[in-house]
Design a protein around this ligand. Structure first.
Ligand code: NAG
Ligand code: NAG
Ligand code: NAG
Length: 278
């Protein structure tokens, strides 16, 4: 008797599940074809089709670390902290792949007094480090306060700003990730951070027209801002244009200009952010 009852209950349960399954399929499946409909100007947003990582240079207790984050939807997850004895005074980095990057050290000394002295004496002892799977090594040395670093759209060249030499070093990547210097572009201004226009390959630099005003900040005579664009940087005659210059009345201490789709954002050390339509 008990067995018969159990069998009846099982039968009912199966019938119920079967019925739910059929209606579930009906609910989930709308039986018509998708006919394309598209407004005239739709573009996929580049870079958002895959996971986006964020690398942040951090200076806890005057040391240097690289913090790696991953975006998932709107949320940002901290994945890991990278520390290495060769990454001792990291200024900026350019990511090549997962946990693979080139980074600049902007000082040779980490001791604050010696670091100031180094700047004062213009010791050209700063460098570029390759950090990658299985190896970490110095790939360029002898730079004057290496700062911004970025990569050409074809990934074959690395551009490094040398602040106190007022220049950008153009370096070629070798198969073993070493760098060889192709040329040095003198710009006559203190070159801080760099970016590359993904559409044209032009290099954009946030610059300091007067470094002393930056060091000895006086609100009545503040440091100015300068944004420089370099077209055809690999050609024998690159075209250098001052796209923006201001004596500090609007924008002080520009460090970076990032371009996308004819729009430029200019960031500063401690002041405001400027947005321009080109
Ligand atoms: C690559 O650079 C490292 C450090 O600068 C150096 O020791 C090594 O010899 C270089 N390798 C080549 C093939 O140039
Ligand atoms: C330098 O500029 C790049 C854009 O090319 C930006 O991603 C990076 O955060 C900047 N780094 C610093 C240290 O300002
Ligand atoms: C800075 O420029 C503004 C406008 O261009 C001008 O009014 C001002 O006098 C200048 N300031 C200095 C300190 O030169």
């Amino acid at each position: 008797m008990a067995k018969l009852l159990a069998l009846a209950v099982l039968g009912l349960a199966l019938a119920f599940v079967g019925e739910r399954f059929v209606t579930f399929r009906q609910r989930m499946n709308i039986p018509h074809q998708v006919h394309p409909v598209e407004p005239p100007n739709c573009h996929l947003v580049p870079g958002l089709d895959s996971t986006v990582y964020l690398y942040v240079v951090n200076h806890p207790h005057k040391k240097s670390t690289v913090e790696v984050f991953r975006f998932e939807g709107d949320a940002l997850f901290h994945l890991k902290t990278i520390r290495h004895e060769l990454l001792f005074s990291v200024n900026d980095l350019v990511v090549l792949g997962p946990e693979e990057f080139y980074a600049t050290n902007d000082h040779y000394f980490t001791n604050e007094f010696l670091a100031q002295l180094e700047l004062f004496l213009d010791l050209q002892w700063t460098n570029v480090i390759y950090y990658g799977p299985g190896q970490v090594k110095e790939v360029a040395a002898g730079l004057s306060f290496a700062n911004g670093i970025t990569i050409s759209p074809d990934k074959k060249y690395i551009y490094v700003a040398a602040v106190t030499a007022h220049s950008i070093h153009v370096m070629k990547r070798l198969d073993n990730e070493n760098l060889t210097q192709e040329k040095v572009l003198h710009l006559g201004t203190l070159v801080d951070n760099l970016s590359v226009d993904p559409a044209t390959g032009d290099v954009w630099a946030g610059c300091h027209p007067n470094g002393m005003k930056l060091l000895l900040y006086d609100p009545t005579d503040p440091p100015g801002s300068e944004v420089i664009r370099i077209q055809n940087i690999l050609s024998p005659k690159p075209i250098v244009t001052t796209v923006y210059a201001n004596n500090g009345s609007v924008l002080q201490g520009s460090t970076v200009a990032a371009v996308y789709n004819q729009k430029v954002l200019v960031g500063t050390l401690f002041h405001r952010t400027l947005y321009c339509q080109l």
